[in-house]
Design a protein around this ligand. Structure first.
Ligand SMILES: O=C(O)c1ccccc1NCC(=O)[C@H](O)[C@H](O)COP(=O)(O)O
Length: 235
């Protein structure tokens, strides 16, 4: 469960006043349009075959073509072959790669496209705040560190984690952006934003009616909750 525990990083730590939002695991054009219309900053496309949200290159390229200027596209992988990542880069042209598996820092940084490294908070080796902070430090070339829950599978599970584990994650200017994820929904995201001041939040299950099927009303409710929390913590 996501608990808005106090951490070393208070709402002022990042200086962020508008929390960025990524809607992840899109599979249908109408869901993409709904995310863009609701004001999402970025969308995520999954390239992990066991996932019910996994796309073919052709499906992903068709979705990508609908994304307007200034909305980012992120391609998600779990322990991929470099060849798949390269194919996605060439076919889909994502703005960011997002790695959810045990990819090494060198692998993640070995492509011309920048990346986000996802961490499963609470997993063996990432089960204390100090362990999580140490793991982040190894991925200093990432554009962002995304914190997800530790559950069966590698992500998009809809379950949260104890956010006290984020207490030692570096938040200095110039460090990778802190992206909060894992089981967020309209009812809970505001409290997390006020407590943790993440640079961005990332949601999939919490705006779905079924895996891979987004619900426009849940997307809108999620965006409203984020904006209300931003307003609540404005100076
Ligand atoms: O969506 C998937 O099926 C998936 C599979 C493997 C790795 C990552 C995956 N999704 C990641 C995300 O959707 C988000 O980054 C994050 O995990 C949020 O998930 P949720 O708890 O469902 O909001």
């Amino acid at each position: 469960m996501n608990t808005p525990a106090a951490t070393a990083a208070g709402p002022e730590a990042s200086g962020v006043r508008r929390t960025r939002v990524k809607i992840c695991g899109l599979t249908r054009p109408q869901d993409l349009d709904a995310a863009v219309a609701a004001g999402a900053d970025a969308i995520g496309l999954v390239f992990y075959p066991p996932s019910r949200r996994c796309l073919t290159l052709e499906q992903a390229a068709a979705l990508r073509a609908r994304v307007p200027a200034f909305v980012g596209v992120t391609a998600l992988f779990v322990n991929p072959e470099a060849r798949l990542v390269q194919q996605v880069i060439e076919t889909v042209r994502p703005d960011l790669l997002q790695f959810h598996g045990e990819e090494t820092p060198g692998f993640c940084a070995g492509f011309e496209t920048r990346h986000v490294k996802a961490f499963r908070a609470g997993a063996p080796g990432l089960a204390t705040a100090a362990e999580l902070a140490r793991a982040c430090a190894a991925y200093g070339r990432a554009a962002g560190w995304l914190f997800d829950s530790y559950s069966a599978g590698y992500g998009g599970s809809g379950s949260g984690f104890d956010t006290a584990l984020l207490a030692e994650v570096p938040r200095d200017a110039g460090t990778p952006a802190l992206i909060l994820s894992g089981g967020l929904k309209a009812e809970t995201v505001g409290g997390q934003i006020v407590a943790l001041a993440p640079f961005a939040v990332d949601v999939s299950s919490g705006v779905e009616s079924a895996p891979g099927i987004k619900d426009p009303e849940r997307i809108q409710a999620f965006m409203r909750a984020v904006r209300a929390a931003d307003a609540a913590r404005a100076p």
